[in-house]
Each structure stands twice: as structure tokens, then as C-alpha cells.
Design a protein around this ligand. Structure first.
Ligand code: ARG
Length: 730
């Protein structure tokens, strides 16, 4: 990286003051054309909208995949090599690990394609095309009065449109609602199911800082892992087979190690899961007062149990590593969201917008008729639900998913009812044959003594914190109880909590024993509370849906000059930003990047969140950074930018103005934890791994330089030009 001259640096500061902020917004790629192209150019984007999204020519979108529907990945070679986060590959790494070959702890590197590890159930999807089907949908919805009729029609039409788009091409299609049901788009995907693990650093790199650093900046995490997508010999999706070949993607991202500077343009491209940017003040209030603290307190007790049992036994640690990470990630998320909703006084901001909206609606008779009641509908909807929020959160977080045996029992209950209703014969034997392995798998993934503890602590909390009339029947009947003793009794008696008892039952289903089973009754009663709640809330939910749809439509009419972006819904979105420092609090500035020196300063061999592997320390001691060092001779680790992302974007590429990969997005920051509800331009940042750190770990630490040889490396102006020329030819 060449140091910019002082003059240029001066110009940059000047430019940044007058810069138009385009960072808020998760844009549908086909709508990027609508954004002011001159502004984007000024931000530093050199690609054309066609180069970002095109149906007929290869474009950036052809390098981006939805990974398993929960994360994002990108193609970084012409042989299907895919980069994503370590926390996205976490469960695949865990599943391939044993206590003896613990890839989570030690890392994993395939030194050739033969060593790459298949992952059952994992898939990636490329977006083939998308299409606005709003007109078609609205025509079909014309005249439907109730939300029930509307939803039924939307489901029916969505299926019909998707079926048509899937005809004769092997693609997967779906229609999704945008702006709370004001617009509808069709998405057509090509899904590949042979996705193999290629490389992963040890957890002490990939999850360095653990839960302490999670959702925080400054950060020093090498949150990446590598996979390879395989296709059948014809290049089309195929189930795993040793005969499959690496996929040749339509586009792969060149990888730039030229470095970044403050103000540089950044584009993130990925599959954000969900946001609630149009949530009203009443929704904020309910999250603050009821929903968030309830989720946090239930997760607190679960994490305590898991922490102890995982520490005591390595097999249990591996079994629960992903479950723990998932619970802990959103436990901390909700703590942060609550803190920042308060600190940034998001409720007042929402109220101000609501007042403005109401005044605008009331100022014109026609508008008043259309939008005048929207906010009142929303307010009433939240009010009607207020009493059941805590009970409703408990039945899910503390009941049905409190201990794993509960949900498993609920699932099996339906199958067992079918089994007991069947006559002797081949159908019945066939069902038994299918149930056995499914049941066995559950016991492989669940440590019953741990599950029993989870059950005891969540039941106790449930009984203490939910009004009796909202408790499940068995809990109401029991009144005050010793929950440890009760858990012990249930787990020692139930068919569903012991693999031998369960497999005996499948061999000889006995309906009397089934009817008497304590876990069966628990699961059934909990599900009854759950479905009773949705019935109870049907009217409130319909009001919320209609009110929100009108509110969003009205807002767009009220501010016609503003381009509104739709809430995230797991569809492909682009977000435009710049590399940028921020002030977390008065008098403090956080730089835009961190280095290996900072990681070494955090090292603590006695704290498993802050261990530094031997190989990394040795390279650090030798300052062996190769071509990956920055201009000052430091090794960059993480950086921040103003892009607008959320969960699901994890693994998204951070792309520079020339379309080259410079980083890998993996987190948001603490000061903006309320960001899913209200974007905070001054403090909201995307945290990314610098791609130079990724390559350094692969090259120097793992000695897997053959993977780097596969990539299109950009090291200077000339190679950048060449990569650009080769990228989008068609
Ligand atoms: N907060 C990150 C996200 O939701 C996950 C980071 C995983 N790391 C961790 N220490 N749990 O995308």
C-alpha cells in the first residue's frame, strides 16, 4: 500500500465533511439503478449498476451465495472456493470434530481436494434472477377485506408464481413480501448441496475474544472459514458424490491486498435476515419493558448450566458448542439492544416521526381516510398483546426450547400417534424404520444429564415468572414444586429421555404408556399454550399487520423524495458505505482498524477466550507478515465501515470500488446494538476481517499457499486493471 500524500489526505478530510451519507439502507440489487449514481460515484463506487446486478451478463451477484439460509458466502476462485465466517462454518467444523480430532480447537486444513470434508445438509444458493410481481399480486388481492383472506391469497399466489418460475429448470423459487406487504418480488435460486469444508483456523483465531468481545469494537478476530462448492460433471447441482467436480462460478471476486484507508468506498453484499426499522414507539416500549429482559433472563440460566457442563467434559463441550454459541450470541444481542434503545432514546425518535406522520395524514381528508387510523391500529395491537408477551416468550424460550427433549418429544408425538393408529403391515414397519435413526440421532447430539438440568432451571423460572393462568396445565396443577426433583423424575421415567426406552417403544408402541408419559404431557401442554396464544393474538396480529402496511405506504407517500429501503427478509441486499472511525463516547475516538499487536496485547493463556496459538505467536515474534503487512509494517486484523448489515449478512464480502474483495463482514458494534430498530449513522459500524489477515493465516500459519494460488490476487494497479477486465466479460 502506498501512503497517500499529505495533500491527498487533506482533500479526503474535506471530501468527507461534504459527503452525502448513503450508508443507511439494505438495497435490493435490481434497484441500485434507482439510487443517485452521481452520489455513489462520489462515494467511490466505480462499478456500474449492471456490473453489480445483471441477469444476462455475469455480475457481482454471481459470486455471492446464501449459505444454508443463515449466512452469506462468496466465491473467491474459479474452482468454487468459498469464503465465509468461522462462526458460519462453526457447526460444520464441530460436526467434523471428535475429541481426538478436534478441528474446533486445532483448526482444519485440507492440503488437497481429496482431503476436503463433506457436510450433510449444508447447501448454498445463488440468485439467478429476481422480478417485481407486485402488480400481479395486487390484482389478485383486490377487494379482499380481512387479513386472513389476504394472507391466504398471498400464500396461494406466491406458490403459483414460484411454481411457474421453477418449471423445467431445476431452480428453487419463492415470492417474498416487502414493505410489510406493499410490494412483492420473485426470487429464483440455484441451490448446490455438495459443499465441503476446506479450511478453518483454530477457534482461538476464528473466535478470538469469545463472548467478551462479541458485538464489540475494537476487535481482533480471524472470523473466517473456507468451503468449496461442488457440482455434477455437467456443472449442475448434484447430491454429494466423489465424482462431483468443483463448481465453476459465473463470477468470483478478485482479492485485493493493496490495503484500505479511512474514507475508502465499501460495498457489502449478502443475505440480511431481519430488521425492524419501521417499528413504532409502542413496539420499542414493549421490547424494552417485556420481551428483551425476559429473553435475557431465560438465556442466563441456560448458559450457566451449559458453561459448567461443557467445561467438565470435552465430549459435552463439542456436543453443545454450537448450541451454546447461538444462545450466547443473542443473549448478548438483547442486552445490548436494551441498553442502546435507552441510551439513544430511540422511543422519542419514533414518537417524533409518528407525530409528523399523523399530522400529515390528518391534513387532507383523502389521506385521513386512508392512513388516519394506521398508528392507532398499531398502538391497539401492541396494547392487546401486552399481557401475553412474557408468557409468550416463556413458552418458546423456556418451554418448547427450554430443554431439547421437549421439542423432540413434541415432534415425535405426531409420528407416534400416526404409528399407533396404523395396522400391522409393511407401512407400519416402514415408519418404524424411519423413526429409529431419527430418534438415535437425537441422543447422539444431546447429553441427557445436561438436558435434565436445562429442564429444571427453565421450568423453575417459568413457574416463578409467568402468571398461573398463562402457565401450561401440568405446571398449574403442580403449584409449588421442587423442580430439580421433578426433572429427575421426568427424565428417569419418560420414554423420550432414554435411547433404550425410546427404541423399545418404537418396537412395541404401547398407547397406555404413551398416554401416561410425563414428557409427552409436558410437550403437549406447552404446545397448547403456544397455539392458544396465537389464536388469542390473531386479532391483534391482524391489526398490527394492516397498520404497519399502511404506515409504511404512507411514509413513502409523505416523503416522496426519499428512497425507502425495505426491512431485511433474507433476500440479497447491497449496502454502500465507507471505511470510517467513530466516537463511542465523548472524548474517545476509535480508529478504523486493528492490528496483530492488539491481539497479542489481549493474550491471556489462562482465559480460553484469549489464547493465542503457538504458531501465531512465533510468526508475530519474527514479524513474519510477508506481503500482507500494511504501509507501517503492521499486520492488519479487523476494520470498520459504515455499511448497513445485520444477522445473516455474516460472511458477506466487503468489496472496494473496483469490485475487489478487501474484507469479510462478521459483526456489528456495541454502541449501535439498537441498529436493527433504528439505524444510527454516527456510531453504527460493520466489523470486518481484513482480507490480508485471512490470507496471512492461510499462507503463513496454515501453510496452505495452494489456496491462495487459486485466487485472483490484486497487488497493484496493473493487476487490479487486469482483474477488472477479466471479471465481467461476456
Ligand atoms: N455477533 C456475531 C453475529 O451475530 C457473531 C459472532 C460470533 N462470535 C462469538 N464470539 N460468538 O454475526
Amino acid at each position: 500500500m502506498i501512503k497517500r500524500s499529505l495533500l491527498l489526505a487533506g482533500l479526503l478530510i474535506f471530501a468527507s465533511i461534504f459527503q452525502l451519507r448513503a450508508d443507511e439502507g439494505m438495497w435490493l440489487p435490481m434497484l441500485i439503478k434507482r439510487l443517485n449514481q452521481r452520489n455513489l460515484k462520489e462515494m467511490g463506487l466505480q462499478l456500474t449498476p449492471e456490473e453489480i446486478y445483471s441477469v444476462n451478463n455475469s455480475s457481482l451477484k454471481d459470486a455471492i451465495v446464501s449459505m444454508g439460509g443463515f449466512c452469506t458466502g462468496e466465491m473467491i476462485s474459479g474452482q468454487g472456493l468459498m469464503l465465509t465466517n468461522h462462526h458460519c462454518g462453526f457447526d460444520a467444523i464441530r460436526e467434523n470434530s471428535t475429541v481426538e480430532d478436534d478441528y474446533l480447537t486445532n483448526g482444519f486444513w485440507a492440503m488437497n481436494m481429496k482431503e476436503e470434508l463433506p457436510n450433510e445438509g449444508l447447501f448454498v444458493s445463488f440468485l439467478v434472477r429476481m422480478e417485481d410481481v407486485t402488480a400481479q399480486m395486487n390484482e389478485a388481492l383486490e377487494g379482499l377485506e380481512t387479513e386472513v383472506d389476504r394472507n391466504a391469497k398471498i400464500a396461494e399466489m406466491s406458490r403459483a408464481i414460484a411454481d411457474q418460475a421453477e418449471e423445467g429448470n431445476g431452480y428453487d423459487a419463492e415470492v417474498k413480501s416487502f414493505y410489510a406487504g406493499n410490494e412483492f418480488y420473485l426470487f429464483v435460486y440455484e441451490r448446490f448441496t455438495d459443499v465441503r469444508l476446506v479450511g478453518a483456523p483454530p477457534q482461538s483465531v476464528g473466535k478470538f475474544g469469545g463472548d467478551t468481545d462479541n458485538w464489540m469494537w475494537p476487535r481482533h478476530t480471524g472470523d473466517f472459514s473456507l468451503f468449496r462448492v461442488y457440482a455434477g460433471p455437467d456443472g449442475k447441482p448434484a447430491e454429494y458424490s466423489p465424482d462431483n467436480v468443483p463448481l465453476v462460478p459465473k463470477h468470483h471476486l478478485p482479492v485485493s491486498i493493496r490495503g484500505i484507508e479511512e474514507g475508502d468506498f465499501t460495498l457489502t453484499f449478502g443475505f440480511p435476515g431481519s430488521t425492524d426499522r419501521y417499528l413504532t414507539s409502542w413496539g420499542v416500549e414493549q421490547a424494552l419493558e417485556k420481551k428483551n429482559p425476559t429473553i435475557v433472563s431465560i438465556r442466563d440460566v441456560k448458559l450457566d448450566v451449559l458453561r459448567k457442563d461443557m467445561k467438565a467434559d470435552d465430549a459435552v463441550r463439542l456436543m453443545y458448542a454450537s448450541k451454546f454459541a447461538q444462545i450466547a450470541n443473542y443473549w448478548k444481542y438483547f442486552i445490548g439492544q436494551t441498553e442502546q434503545l435507552k441510551h439513544l432514546d430511540v422511543k422519542s425518535e419514533k414518537e417524533a416521526l409518528e407525530q409528523k406522520f399523523q399530522a400529515w395524514a390528518d391534513a387532507d381528508p383523502e389521506r385521513k381516510a386512508k392512513y388516519g387510523d394506521a398508528l392507532e391500529m398499531i398502538r391497539t395491537g401492541f396494547e392487546m398483546k401486552d399481557n401475553t408477551v412474557i408468557g409468550g416468550t416463556y413458552v418458546i424460550e423456556g418451554g418448547l426450547t427450554g430443554a431439547d427433549a421437549v421439542l423432540q418429544t413434541y415432534r415425535l408425538t405426531q409420528a407416534f400417534n400416526a404409528l399407533m393408529g396404523m395396522d400391522e403391515g409393511p407401512d407400519r414397519e416402514g415408519l418404524k424404520d424411519r423413526l429409529k435413526p431419527a430418534a438415535a440421532e437425537f441422543f447422539e447430539e444431546t447429553h441427557m444429564p445436561t438436558d435434565q438440568k436445562l429442564f429444571a432451571v427453565t421450568q423453575k423460572l417459568y413457574a416463578e415468572n409467568v402468571d398461573a393462568d398463562q402457565q401450561p396445565a401440568y405446571m398449574q396443577e403442580m403449584g409449588e414444586t421442587d423442580w430439580d426433583a421433578y426433572a429427575k423424575k421426568v427424565y428417569s421415567e419418560s420414554i423420550f429421555t432414554d435411547s433404550q426406552r425410546l427404541s423399545d417403544f418404537i418396537d412395541n408402541p404401547d398407547s397406555a404408556a404413551f398416554a401416561d408419559d410425563p414428557m409427552r404431557k409436558i410437550a403437549t401442554d406447552l404446545f397448547e399454550v403456544y397455539s392458544g396464544q396465537s389464536a388469542l393474538n390473531a386479532e391483534a396480529n391482524a391489526m398490527l399487520a394492516k397498520g404497519t402496511r399502511l404506515f409504511q405506504a404512507g411514509l413513502r407517500e409523505m416523503m416522496p423524495e426519499k428512497e425507502f429501503y425495505p426491512d431485511a427478509n433474507s433476500t440479497l441486499r447491497a449496502s454502500l458505505g465507507n471505511v470510517r472511525a467513530y466516537e463511542p463516547k465523548d472524548g474517545v475516538v476509535y480508529k478504523y482498524y486493528t492490528t496483530l499487536d492488539g491481539k497479542m496485547a489481549k493474550e491471556d493463556p489462562d482465559d480460553d477466550e484469549f489464547i493465542v496459538p503457538e504458531g501465531i505467536s512465533a510468526l508475530y515474534d519474527a514479524r513474519d507478515y510477508g506481503q500482507y503487512a500494511d504501509a507501517d509494517g503492521n499486520l492488519p486484523v479487523n476494520f470498520i465501515s459504515t455499511n448497513d448489515i445485520t444477522g445473516g449478512n455474516s460472511g458477506s464480502p466487503v468489496i472496494n470500488g473496483q469490485g475487489e474483495l478487501i474484507g469479510l463482514a462478521f459483526d456489528g458494534n456495541w454502541e449501535a446494538m439498537s441498529g436493527d430498530i433504528n439505524f444510527e449513522p454516527s456510531v453504527q459500524r460493520t466489523i470486518s476481517v481484513d482480507v490480508r489477515y485471512v490470507l496471512w493465516v492461510i499462507d503463513k500459519y496454515a501453510d496452505a499457499g495452494h489456496l491462495i494460488d487459486e485466487m485472483t490476487l490484486v497487488t497493484d494497479k496493473k493487476s487490479s486493471k487486469k482483474a477488472r477486465k477479466n471479471a465481467f466479460k461476456n
